[in-house]
Design a protein around this ligand. Structure first.
Ligand SMILES: C[S@@+](CC[C@H](N)C(=O)[O-])C[C@H]1O[C@@H](n2cnc3c(N)ncnc32)[C@H](O)[C@@H]1O
Length: 385
């Protein structure tokens, strides 16, 4: 939950006294072991302002990895958790270059700031007045106003939205349970250029979306899906996977590409495609692009005689029919002491299996357990980073 900031708090933080107090509190370590003493010292200096000062300093430190360059920003705990990571927002912003963009759920402005770097003009709006004050401070170049996203108040802009999960609510995949509800948002901007950030697990087919769905991962973790209306979609694209790295690397694959792949016996390597590719349903397209094929048409593991650049591959040393006993014997024969276990398409829990393998050797190996047709198979592999 965190500290409940008020408009008066934001005003104080922006004042010369507030800025000086923040600089002083930022000098405190505020670690688990020093926090009590630090807060005591801060209280004698800043009295009733202590909670908002400490919270702001801690949130700024917490934001450093997700939102680099925001050392002077204001946050609430919830707003920081909801904020789009910089690398993901910057990727979306490249698709909004030179457009006039209205972020209708701008919160404290994480997305707004990224878009401000590429768009011709940016407007941000939200229902929460405190977050809006923070957004105005955080993104001084943007026009910020209070408005309900379901009541369009700009014309001719690209509308960008990031509906929130209901506070206190369970993680839900129901589009109508978002705030604002996704179906209402889509209705409100029908016919307009619209980009909506959603949870990647959302049931897109239920929405009947007629544009592009882009699934985005960052550093190997699937972060979000973005719905792009037809006017903003790639030509002939209804599904796209975008794979981003914090080091600035980025590549995409779409369903407008060829998905013809051969049916063949396993090659030299197994490749576990990025989660964005799997979630977007583009495993075959990705395989076709890199000259790979599937171990089984219903399973997302790929195989081939080489590994695409920047992707982790598992070099097959041995393929055996899956049983605990045969796996234990094979791993002993390969002198395996540490096994990374990957499972797809079979009901095996690596945490339960591992102790049963009684590993005592000296090598680190990877074990891929899956099925080909109906048969459970296991590949004993050496992994390449
Ligand atoms: C997930 S956050 C957006 C985060 C933002 N994209 C960022 O990166 O910082 C969702 C925001 O939607 C706002 N919101 C919820 N319902 C709204 C509505 N009907 N109109 C405008 N804003 C709304 C909330 O106040 C919240 O700030």
């Amino acid at each position: 939950m965190g500290y409940a900031f008020t408009a008066g708090d934001v005003e104080f933080l922006q004042s010369p006294d507030g800025a000086a107090a923040l600089a002083e509190v930022d000098g405190f370590a505020l670690t688990t072991s020093t926090r009590l003493a630090d807060i005591g010292r801060a209280r004698t200096r800043f009295g009733s302002h202590v909670a908002l000062l400490v919270e702001t300093v801690l949130l700024r430190r917490k934001a450093a990895a997700k939102l680099p360059g925001t050392e002077n920003w204001f946050f609430t705990d919830d707003a920081l958790q909801q904020a789009t990571p910089r690398a993901v927002a910057a990727h979306r912003a490249t698709r909004l270059k030179d457009r006039h963009v209205h972020d209708v759920t701008c919160s404290i402005g994480a997305e707004l700031d990224a878009v401000a770097g590429t768009a011709a003009t940016v407007i941000g709006s939200d229902l929460d007045p405190v977050r809006l004050l923070m957004a105005q401070h955080n993104v001084p170049g943007a026009a910020v106003l209070r408005a309900d996203a379901l009541v369009p108040c700009t014309r001719g802009t690209v509308v960008l939205a990031d509906p929130a999960r209901r506070s206190g609510g369970r993680r839900t995949h129901d589009p109508a349970a978002l705030e604002p509800p996704l179906p209402d948002l889509i209705d409100a901007y029908r016919g307009r250029d619209l980009a909506v950030k959603c949870a990647p697990g959302l049931d897109f087919d239920r929405l009947g979306w007629d544009g592009e769905v882009e699934v985005v991962s960052l550093d190997g973790g699937v972060r979000e899906a973005c719905l792009w209306s037809p006017g903003l979609s790639g030509a002939g694209v209804t599904r796209r996977a975008s794979v981003l790295g914090s080091d600035g690397t980025a590549w995409t694959v779409t369903d407008a590409e060829d998905d013809d792949i051969p049916e063949r016996a396993p090659g030299e390597w197994i490749i576990d495609p990025d989660g964005a590719v799997v979630r977007a349903g583009l495993v075959r397209h990705y395989a076709a692009r890199h000259g790979l094929w599937q171990l089984d048409p219903r399973i997302a593991y790929l195989t081939g005689d080489s590994v695409p650049d920047g992707v982790r591959g598992f070099r097959i040393l041995e393929q055996v029919k899956y049983s605990e006993k045969s796996l234990r014997q094979e791993l002993a024969r390969h002198d395996c002491g540490v096994a990374e276990i990957l499972v797809r398409g079979v009901d095996v829990d690596p945490a339960v299996l591992r102790p049963k393998l009684k590993l005592r050797g000296s090598r680190s190996l990877s074990v891929v357990i899956t099925r080909i047709g109906r048969a459970g198979v296991v590949f004993i592999c050496a992994s390449r980073p």
